[in-house]
Design a protein around this ligand. Sequence first.
Ligand code: KIV
Ligand code: ZN
Length: 387
Amino acid sequence: MGKQIFIFDTTLRDGEQSPGCKLNKNEKLILAQDLERLGVDVIEAGFPISSPGDFDAVKDIASIIKSATVCGLTRAIKKDIEVAADALKGAKRPRIHTGIGTSFYHIHHKLQITEDQVIERAIEAVKYAKTFVEDVEFYAEDAGRSENDFLARVVEAVIKAGATVVNIPDTTGYCLPENYGQKIKYLFENVKGIHKVTISTHCHNDLGLATANSLAGVQNGAQQVECTINGIGERAGNTSLEEVVMILKQHKGLDFTTNVNSEQLTSISRKVSALMRMPVQSNKAIVGVNAFAHSSGIHQDGVIKNRLNYEIIDPKSVGAEESAIKLTARSGRAALKYRLEKLGYNPKKEKLDSIYADFLSVADLKKEVDDNDLIGLMHKEAMLPVT
Ligand code: KIV
Ligand code: ZN
């Protein structure tokens, strides 16, 4: 069965925060229900104090979600916590997510307070949030660039204050997987009481390492991963939910499991992309349109003989259409024959050879040869003008 990793989805908060991804309340409600159906454990529904619209969205999501935990973000500020608690009042499983910066930059250049004051504010925020809800998650903002010994002091203090989950964000996406994994390991080795709480990863993708860092965190003891559909989020985005889920699913030897129903990954990815008007790059792992498309002759020949020659994921397991054999100038006869057969043709060897030559001329002119082109090639003689 494997150790359970909790999936904390922040598409509606960190994801929606990215430029151009704004959703209206109705769209958020639709996605929240889809996320619950997908099987995520926690839905971060928004940052209630940030706007009346976000407050309303969190409140309405809290009232319709049945089994997932619904979470609202706050700063370590009393008013933020009161507003979040109010928005979460109707939730079956409410969680307040509060926190403060712990890196040198954040302490000295953003907050402009001392290390001791950071700890005091962290404790105060957690204790205050606990007066409203039992489940309080603390984030140590910019933990990725924070000194490990100071971070350990903060984490120990918030656990003592009652935090149930402690989030170790690589806010700026700076860490290498090895550093991030070591950071989590260091906390497990140096923080009293750490085994009483869930340690969470929250990795940004500024260097394209968000997924690798989250995985390193999990391999060193973190039990929750914060992520978004399609990896959307601030700047270069957050850890992509579909990547984490499929890594844990495909690598059985890691011995981790999630509650996510992977067959829904393609449809929810497309829905998020459509509602946010944010296209998914074609070569995006798991959900890009080319994720199961093969275009070079060598690969196509291999896939036609046995999909497993070039595919490590069954497209059906993520709800995608079957593997696609794309016809380009790099395709060979095996792919051409395969696609013609799909259209109901069964050309003999000589016919296939002559069509293949014509096919290459068309393919050199076009990026991709489609079904209409193939039908045209098959009926070329019939289409020639009568002289
Ligand atoms: O990236 C980050 O540090 C965050 C926190 C607010 C959790 O999004
Ligand atoms: Zn973030």
